[in-house]
Design a protein around this ligand. Structure first.
Ligand SMILES: Nc1ncnc2c1ncn2[C@@H]1O[C@H](COP(=O)(O)OP(=O)(O)O)[C@@H](O)[C@H]1O
Ligand SMILES: [Mg+2]
Length: 434
């Protein structure tokens, strides 16, 4: 068994692509760590550097506390499973499973025993004589996993091992993989772009964006208190509602969070008030998940927003109403790049650019230094001087096949303690008490 530590690990490919940017990550012994992020964010590169298939440009990779930067892949005690789980087509299942043991010089009799053990653990014990072409996708993936674990590696690396399978099988194998690796007690790093997979399988999740680590924590932590707007938008279904709000502090009473036509009031004794109060007179982003919203009678007490249903989605066990409350949406696309992001020359925030145009202040000489290419920290707030403000459609859970429909008014009660606050750059405002 083993631990993994990445210290300031950076990978710049020869063409200048910064695939991984100063990554720091610790994986505990026996832990199931999921690396989550959209395609191209650097997940596979991280795995390949741990496996020794790719050399870090800078930084240190430690396995079990030892620096392994110069260790050959074969000497690292690692097993890896890929998306395209290639099996040897001319060998039987038994032959495939036994192959790594044969390479390692293990005698036939203990070899057969280990193969039988692994095969029965994976539920493929009666298929040892078949060829890969006579197996289903799920069975083939089980053989690939078996071949990886048969050598009893100290570390298991899996790169999107389920993404080629259909959804039913994926859910089944998800449970099997996390069960099996925990049973074996093998430290596992599992790569996926599927947030549901990450949340269901992981002991801890590390979320990456454009080579940069955004957040690490248990599924409950990263879902419940995402460190950045990006993490907030990436996790959960339906997606978190993200709204622009203007902050006005009424000292010792409450903070008004103006959403356009309506406002919410954060009580002054709320633990987050002091942090939010720093943004007096500015705009921030409010995140509210569907579970923070409950349909109520229009005259209900508490924090209630009034809106109109734009459309409904029926999901069988529930319906989602998308409700226009006259607020402006903050849109974060798959890659996490704000959709309206036409980050100005020199990466200055959009708000900053507008301010410059309006006030004529902040000429060339005063502009901040150019930010690195691939900067992902431009303002997420829309430019009020332009016309791409998008009305927010608040996702609200309703009972299946509700009696209301598009065009109907809907009052929604907001659980203030379940709100998330982010600044213009997408960083969580109330940090420090996770
Ligand atoms: N050998 C390579 N040469 C140049 N760029 C590469 C190479 N391998 C990957 N990349 C780039 O590095 C980034 C991260 O890739 P990768 O680690 O495969 O992402 P992921 O696994 O998250 O989809 C991408 O922009 C990809 O195009
Ligand atoms: Mg990949």
């Amino acid at each position: 068994m083993t631990t993994v530590a990445l210290k300031d690990v950076t990978k710049v490919f020869r063409d200048g692509t910064i695939a991984v940017d100063k990554l720091n990550l610790d994986v505990n012994d026996g832990e199931f760590m999921v690396l989550l992020g959209p395609s191209g964010c650097g997940k596979s590169t991280v795995l390949r550097m741990i496996a020794g298939l790719e050399e870090p440009t800078s930084g240190a990779v430690l396995l079990g506390g030892d620096l392994v930067n110069d260790l050959e892949p074969g000497d690292r005690g690692i097993a890896m499973v890929f998306q395209d789980f290639a099996l040897y087509p001319h060998m039987t299942v038994g032959g495939n499973l036994a192959f790594p043991l044969r390479l390692a010089g293990i005698e036939p009799s203990p070899r057969e025993e280990r193969v039988a053990d692994v095969a029965s653990a994976l539920g493929i014990g009666d298929m040892l004589g078949r060829k890969p072409s006579q197996l289903s996708g799920g069975q083939r993936q089980r053989v690939a996993m078996g071949r990886a674990i048969v050598r009893r590696p100290g570390l298991f690396l899996m790169d999107e091992p389920l993404s080629n399978l259909d959804s039913g099988l994926r859910a089944e194998l998800r449970a099997e993989i996390s069960g099996l690796t925990r049973e074996l007690g093998v430290t596992t790093i599992y790569v996926t772009h599927d947030q549901a997979e990450a949340l269901t399988m992981a002991d801890r999740v590390a979320i990456m964006r454009k080579g940069v680590l955004q957040d690490v924590g248990t599924p409950t932590q990263v879902y419940g208190r995402p460190a950045t707007l990006y993490v907030a938008a990436f996790l959960g279904s339906p997606r978190m509602n993200l709204l622009e709000a203007s902050v006005y502090v009424h000292l010792d009473r409450y903070i008004t969070l103006s959403l356009g036509d309506q406002a919410l009031h954060l009580p002054w004794d709320d633990i987050r008030s002091r942090a939010v109060a720093h943004y007096h007179g500015e705009r921030i982003v409010i995140g509210m998940r569907a579970e923070a919203l409950t349909p109520v009678a229009p005259d209900a007490p508490g924090h209630v927003l009034m809106g109109r249903i734009r459309y409904l989605e029926h999901h069988g066990h529930e319906s989602l109403a998308f409700v226009d409350i006259g607020a402006t949406a903050v849109v974060v696309d798959q890659m996490g790049t704000p959709v309206q992001d036409v980050a100005g020359p020199r990466g200055r925030s959009r708000l900053g650019q507008v301010m410059q145009r309006l006030t004529g202040r902040g000429g060339e000489a005063e502009q901040p230094a150019a930010e690195p290419a691939g900067d992902n920290r431009a303002s997420v707030l829309s430019d009020p001087g332009r016309h791409h403000r998008r009305p927010a459609e608040l996702a609200v859970r309703l009972a299946p096949y509700p009696a209301v429909g598009p065009g109907h008014p809907l009052a929604v009660s907001v659980r203030m303690d379940a709100l998330h606050f982010f600044d213009e750059r997408g960083d969580r405002i109330d940090v420090g008490w996770r």
